[in-house]
Design a protein. Structure first.
Length: 289
């Protein structure tokens, strides 16, 4: 059941909404990073508060979960609210406001699948942003949130879904635009008063539902230009490694057989230096257990 829910979530996340305008300046400041972090925390906070309002204790037990599972999700929701409060106070009048969201869950099981993705993306977002933070006090605060997000991700993966609590010895960092793309898929609109951030969302990348993704499987990619994909690569970020495999002219690719846990993939113009400038579409989330 979980694999089916996760597949549906992955397909939905490929639909990229674009509720933001990219700021012209390319300089990224600590204020930008705080606003970026608050954008993500608003998303998580609204996700948990909305789902826990919709699904009571009986909904969780009816879905086959121990009563403690919902209680722990209530604790996670409180953490996300604290993160919002902390970042809002740090930004003051420059604080980003919550947006309107479209979360791809319909029941408790799909809620847990989305939770696993959000916690993983949140962890990778803070990890990827760390190198760009100038203020060391802010860096420590971001690291404190990062470790909480990682613990939450491990708990959802292992205690809720029965999988390994980690993907390997290293977590996967994602850069600003990669995370921005994944977040945009769940954001319908934002207040016009929100600050414009110097990030952009890439075109969407999805895996065709006719070819389920699995390690070693041959899958069909769907993105703009996928019918003439000769010379492009599917570049997979897993831990601190990037694995690139050639895409056929008709947009198909064979996934590496050794993929495990959570990884992220983009379509790239190059197989080596996979930068934002080389990114054609994506990322898409892979979770293999």
């Amino acid at each position: 059941m979980f694999s089916k829910c996760l597949a549906m979530v992955m397909l939905t996340l490929g639909v990229t909404a674009l509720p933001f305008n990219k700021r012209q300046s390319s300089a990224i400041t600590d204020v930008d990073i705080l606003q970026y972090a608050l954008t993500l925390e608003h998303l998580e906070n609204t996700f948990y508060s909305g789902a826990l309002t919709k699904f009571d204790a009986s909904a969780f037990t009816s879905a086959g979960f121990d009563p403690l599972v919902r209680e722990r999700f209530v604790e996670i929701a409180a953490h996300e609210q604290e993160h919002v409060t902390f970042l809002t106070a740090a930004l003051g009048s420059q604080a980003t406001q919550a947006c309107t969201y479209n979360f791809p869950y319909t029941d408790v099981k799909s809620f847990t699948a989305v939770s696993m993705i959000l916690e993983g993306v949140g962890t990778s977002a803070y990890l990827g942003a760390a190198a760009s933070i100038s203020d060391k006090t802010l860096l420590t605060s971001a690291g404190s949130i990062l470790t909480t997000e990682a613990r939450q991700a491990g708990w959802v993966s292992s205690s809720v879904l029965g999988h390994s609590p980690w993907s390997g010895p290293f977590e996967t960092p994602l850069d600003f635009n990669q995370v921005f793309t994944l977040a945009s898929a769940m954001i319908a609109s934002c207040p016009s008063s929100n600050p414009t951030l110097p990030f952009k969302a890439f075109p969407s990348l999805t895996i065709s539902s006719s070819t389920p993704a699995a390690p070693g499987a041959n899958v069909a990619l769907e993105f703009t230009g996928s019918t003439n994909a000769s010379g492009l690569f599917l570049s997979i970020f897993t831990g601190l490694d990037v694995i690139s495999v050639a895409i056929t002219a008709n947009g198909e690719v064979t996934l590496p057989s050794n993929l495990t846990g959570t990884s992220y993939a983009v379509v790239s113009k190059t197989s080596s230096d996979v930068t934002d400038a080389a990114t054609v579409a994506g990322p898409v989330v892979f979770q293999f257990y």
